[in-house]
Write a protein that binds this ligand. Structure first.
Ligand SMILES: [Zn+2]
Length: 132
């Protein structure tokens, strides 16, 4: 068998561990380096282990995931608020707007970390290269 069969490039990656690290905004490979250098800007490479993070292609995926989660939360919350307090529609709309905005902005980095980690664990978009 060729020697590269046994290299790191052929070893299975632990998806659960990578996802945990991604959700904590850490490098999916080492779990130490910060995944982002700004709010949603992914580092070009991990500052600790040197993993090349440029192959990540999260694109709009994290936003779709966050919208899915936040809109479900908002739907249940609207029903509960309406049944419990019978608020004026403008008050409820204002409260829900603030709630949805704050929760969505809070969840976006973790969602992006999740997407990057899943891509790395499954060797997607260049993460399967020998050096990635
Ligand atoms: Zn790393």
């Amino acid at each position: 068998m060729p020697a590269e069969t046994f290299s790191d490039a052929e070893q299975p990656r632990d998806s659960k561990l990578a996802i945990k690290r991604g959700l904590r905004l850490k490098c999916p490979r080492c779990g130490e380096g910060a995944l982002f250098y700004r709010y949603l800007k992914v580092q070009p490479e991990c500052p600790c282990c040197g993993l090349d993070l440029t192959p990540q292609r999260a694109d709009d995926g994290p936003a779709y995931l966050v919208i899915l989660v936040v809109c479900h939360l908002a739907g249940f919350m609207m029903a509960i608020l309406w049944e419990s307090f019978r608020m004026e529609p403008i008050v409820m709309a204002s409260l829900m707007s603030v709630f949805v905005t704050v929760v969505a902005l809070a969840l976006l980095p973790s969602a992006k970390g999740l997407f990057v980690a899943v891509q790395w664990a499954n060797r997607m978009h260049g993460f399967g290269r020998r050096d990635a």
